[in-house]
Design a protein around this ligand. Structure first.
Ligand code: ADP
Ligand code: MG
Length: 449
């Protein structure tokens, strides 16, 4: 049987079982790529599609396949990104590590992580530049080791794997191992249990580049650290590149031996900060585009201004929004985005407040006349209050940057972005200011019912 025939039959079965919008969103775009004895491979437009389909509709697909083909077929996926195909993306971190020598040959890199789809912003620029420079052959060993640190979900793993992917693309013969400190530890323990410590050393030392993610898990594991230290030294002395990530500044790692930490100083330590508003908008737009989704710009802006903590949450919000729209059979709108954000941040965060109400409150609280607050005056106290008003408007009203700008003497959207950035920076630097803004927000969100 032809894969397309089987799939067409499946589709007509699925169509009867799911909502129309769900069908259009998740099933219509799929292409049956091949049919083997026991499996049908579906081409999906993105990793996200695949994950969503697999976690939500696998039983329905399997069922339909059984009916359509008359036998038990498994479903496999291949993600087609433009002209690049990535087979079966799920086992990006294969767990079956036992091979002849006890360790997998696979580099365990996930091709989804590239420099091309890493959105650059003030918070990650330096880290990205450092990572990128390592990929240039002539620059090799310029920063060795490179240590990237920063909070959860800020793109450390993404950057680390992007280096691996790029170096491999430049020279497929390079031997690269991507590992996490947990896997390294596990491999080490296993090697002791199975009397294979030599194989272990060989495996980790026989590389041109070693990428170790989340080294904070090495904390307090002395024996493993010792092993890592030897591996590190061996690679380092032979001029092999080592890149590591961790979730806090190296100085705050307790229980990591000083000599290991002092080794890091020989290279470059860079940090990643949370993305600012513009970067968050850019990341969301990029994700939407990657997934072929048409999301209104005001909605993107709204999500970006509400979800600030990290990029993973931002992606989560987008996925949730899509899920809602598909499950409730609603278009993606600002209203729907509000619901999603409310759920993520808790109810308080998004009472409907108007820009005018915010202007009024800020004017009273900062003792600046409303006309001055929204006017052109550049006096310091006006500007200060104005920035806070714009920031809160952006966060609480769901009004677009453009329309907020219009409330403030027709300023353009970049001015509003600039204001939001200033406020975010000031809040990060001054806890007292942060508390003030939090209080104002509370006042505003409790005010309206
Ligand atoms: P970390 O390792 O720092 O916890 P990840 O690298 O796993 O974070 O990033 C979390 C998610 O956010 C990933 O899906 C990643 O692709 C995405 N991401 C993070 N930063 C960016 C960025 N600057 N541009 C695009 N995607 C990003
Ligand atoms: Mg990570």
């Amino acid at each position: 049987m032809e894969p397309t025939t089987v799939w067409q039959n499946c589709l007509s079965l699925i169509k009867r079982r799911v909502a129309a919008q769900t069908y259009q969103t998740w099933f219509e775009p799929l292409i049956a790529a091949s049919l083997e004895d026991s499996s049908l491979t579906l081409q999906v437009p993105s990793q996200f599609y695949y994950e969503w389909l697999d976690s939500h509709y696998r039983p329905i697909i399997i069922d339909a396949l059984r009916q359509a083909s008359g036998k038990e077929l498994q479903v496999r996926y291949s993600v087609v990104l433009g002209d690049v195909t990535m087979e079966d993306p799920r086992p990006s971190f294969p767990t079956g590590t036992v091979e002849n020598n006890g360790f997998s040959k696979s580099t365990q890199l996930n091709q989804r992580y590239t420099f091309e789809n890493f959105v650059e912003g003030a918070g990650n620029q330096f880290a990205k530049a450092a990572a990128l420079s390592i990929c240039q052959r002539s620059q090799k060993n310029l920063f060795n080791p490179l240590v990237i640190y920063g909070g959860v979900g800020l793109g450390k793993t993404h950057l680390l794997q992007a280096v691996g992917n790029k170096v491999l693309a430049n020279d497929p013969n390079t031997t690269i191992i991507y590992t996490t400190s947990e896997k390294f530890t596990l491999d080490f323990i296993t090697s002791i249990q199975k009397n294979r410590t030599t194989a272990f050393s060989k495996y980790y030392r026989n590389v041109d580049m070693l990428l170790v993610d989340d080294i904070q898990f090495f904390q307090k594991k002395e024996q493993t650290q010792e092993q890592f230290f030897h591996t590190f030294n061996d690679l380092y002395q032979r001029g092999k590149q080592i890149i590591m990530t961790l979730d806090r500044p190296p100085s705050e790692l307790s229980g990591l031996t000083d000599r290991l930490i002092s080794r890091f100083q020989a290279g470059l330590i860079v940090d990643i900060h949370p993305p600012d508003l513009e970067t968050r908008i850019a990341i969301l737009m990029r994700k939407a585009e990657e997934d072929g989704l048409d999301i209104p710009y005001d909605t993107v802006e709204y999500l970006a201004s509400c979800i600030k903590s990290n990029v993973r949450d931002l992606e989560g919000a987008l996925i949730r929004l899509l899920a809602y729209s598909s499950l409730r059979r609603q278009e993606i709108t600002l209203e729907l985005a509000r619901t999603v954000v409310q759920e993520i941040l808790g109810k308080k965060a998004t009472k409907s407040v108007t820009v005018d109400e915010i202007i009024k409150l800020i004017s009273e609280d900062f003792n600046v006349k409303e006309t001055s607050l929204v006017g052109k005056g550049r006096r310091k106290d006006f500007v200060y209050a104005r920035h806070v008003a714009m920031y809160l408007a952006r966060e609480l009203t769901g009004a677009s940057l453009v329309s907020i700008g219009l409330h403030f003497a027709g300023r353009d959207h970049s001015t509003v972005i600039h204001a939001c950035k200033n406020v975010e920076t000031a809040m990060a630097a001054e806890p007292a200011f942060q508390a003030k803004v939090d209080n104002l927000r509370k006042g505003l969100t409790n005010m309206v019912f």
